[in-house]
Write a protein that binds this ligand. Sequence first.
Ligand code: ADP
Ligand code: ZN
Ligand code: ZN
Length: 767
Amino acid sequence: MFAGVVLDIPTRALEGAFDYAVPPALEATCMVGATVLVPFSHRRAVGYVVRTSEREPEGVDPRKLKPVEEVLAPSAFDEVAVRVAAWMAREYACPLCDALRPFLAPGQSVRVTRDSEGAPWHLAGEKVGPVDERWVSLAEGAAGFTPRANATRQREVLEALSSGPVRMAELSATMPGSASAVAALERHGAVRVELRRRVRGADETTTLSSARAKRPDRLTDGQVEALDAIRDACEAGRGDVVVVDGVTGSGKTEVYLDAIERVRAQGRGALVLVPEISLTAQTVGRFRSRFGDDVAILHSRLSAGERFDQWDLVRRGEAHVVVGARSALFAPLRDVGLVIIDEEHEWTYKQESAPRYHAREVAARLAAERGCALVLGSATPSLEALERCREGSWGGVRWTRVRMPERPGSARLPSVRVVDMTQQFAGGNRSIFSAPLTEALQDVAEKRQKAVLMLNRRGFANFLMCRECGAVPECPHCSTALTYHERTHSLVCHTCGRSWPQRAYPDPSTRCPNCGSRYLAAFGVGTQRVEDELRMLLPEDVEVIRMDADTTRGKGDHQRLLERFDAAECAVLVGTQMIAKGLDFPEVTLVGVVNADTTLKLPDFRAAERTYDLLEQVAGRAGRGEEPGQVIVQTYWATHPAVVAVARHERSIFVDAELAERREGGYPPFSRLTNVICWGRDARAVREVLDAVAAELRRRLAGAGDWEVLGPTDCLKAKVKDRVRRHLLVKSPVASEPGPLLDACVRAVRVPRGVNVAIDVDAYDMM
Ligand code: ADP
Ligand code: ZN
Ligand code: ZN
């Protein structure tokens, strides 16, 4: 037998699979997906089997083939996964081994070691793997057995076992010396000891009531329509996509559950992707209450051991519904009947390290390869998804959009009120809270209800904003917001690199470029300050719960805070973006957005889309129960289409304006945007490498008028950990494949040690 092996040596120079002979002793285990140890140019290397064959590989002398030395880990993926990985490697311009790695067992690391010379090699890394536990239980012979009078320990063990099996570890912990007592009892046939596989990571519990939502009596018309479309897509069996475009609370999760049920009835499984942040006990609980132990959960807050066990449940065919973050896409589920991506628009579905894939695109590929359907759910589908649905087909499969514009039962969409903060300022209000928001908060306290207050935290970039007219200084050449550098008192454009001296309020020389006001101030308030002001504003018996990066560091913090909010009689939950998603608390009657526009000003063409998504999502937290909900959005930019669209519940106001702008500027979804980033300690070397890549690209593109190369320029984060960063932006037609071309350009350039180049195809993070 022969095997094609991809070596785990991530360099652009070593591509493709190498052929090896499989010795008879390894034939049973050296399967596709296995991790193996092979000889490679005078040393040993770890590799992954991507094909096996009985026939000799063509063009090679079989006697010259070296043998596979050891199988280090059993198969983690199949041939279909290999095809998906090969597509990822090409599409995202990364080595094939980088694209295969996400398919490996969690915790598996590629380094091999051995304990001593001559001992077998094994994979190094976190000590993960299955855990077996010894369980002790009464045997049939127990009834006729009486311990000797002085065997107190034996009697105690039998006593402890009378109510059911107990783990040996537990017995030893509570009764010193019980191990020898158990051994003696076992010899007498009074107890039985057996190994049981322990499954970690399945014990998340919650008191949140919504986690146990029962099956509704009747589906809404929208839900029925969505399920029909999903059934058609499943039957087509070629990777058709259904976009479930349903307002928050319209019952999308219910649609997923029913669709999975159908797929399970046919014996197939489902992969469900949920943004890490909304992968809460609440979400997990809903899947568990429908599918019980058939569910495996995969996310990064689990320990390595827990992740391994959950993953292994899937591989052994014991769980068929995988619910997880981005990486759940790579779970070893054999017969996939359905892939679901909830909150499809979320930009966390883009991985920011190699392989820099977007889960939506990989899922589409996976669905096509596995002949199943892909469901994308969102209250605010991405412009990419909307555009493909408008076209009707994309990449050779059908894209269908089903709308679910209403909430089931009595729940109604909340009313949205936009408060123009420049007017508040003009009226003398210097507080974080506008008069309408202050009143509404006091009202919540009086009626003993609940409120959610969101603070829109921008990235790290600072900018200046005029408190009187809302103007933010922009680069006249690039129309992106200028970044304020406090130390050097300057405004810098991170697209073209120009800079201007500027001082901020309260410096007396400050003038707003738009209206001349002296209140041109650095922008940004923290959650801490909002919390403090709330406590001053509200009576003491209103609980104020703050949820941000600081208060959710520990495992389980997130859930504990939510449970506190759930259990409270009257409370305000204050938080950053992380509170906008997926929370379902029927008693929330007020949602306040402290500062809607900060994300509008990020130097990123998706800034407006992100703001719109966020506002729409957070607004959806209100009025999910009997009581009508109210949303108050504070903004310095009340006329922005993203804000107006949310206020009027009319997405087209935003989408039409935004699509027109994107088409005009040649941005996605009307082009593909690739970011080539170069970084290192040596600023000159970084500059030279990227200049050479740009020159090579321009040379190869000569005549291709529909490609556009911008830069190189410094990145917005021009220096990170003492490494300077520069980048090059490449716009190409929608149908183009920028990955292979840029890969070739980078290969053509000599990159010295210490300089790194990354190709980020369909980039989301432009900083
Ligand atoms: P989404 O995922 O779109 O935000 P959910 O699936 O969480 O919406 O549904 C919102 C609420 O409505 C949940 O409490 C859910 O149990 C309930 N629900 C869903 N479908 C129905 C239905 N057909 N009838 C009554 N209640 C429903
Ligand atoms: Zn500029
Ligand atoms: Zn001004």
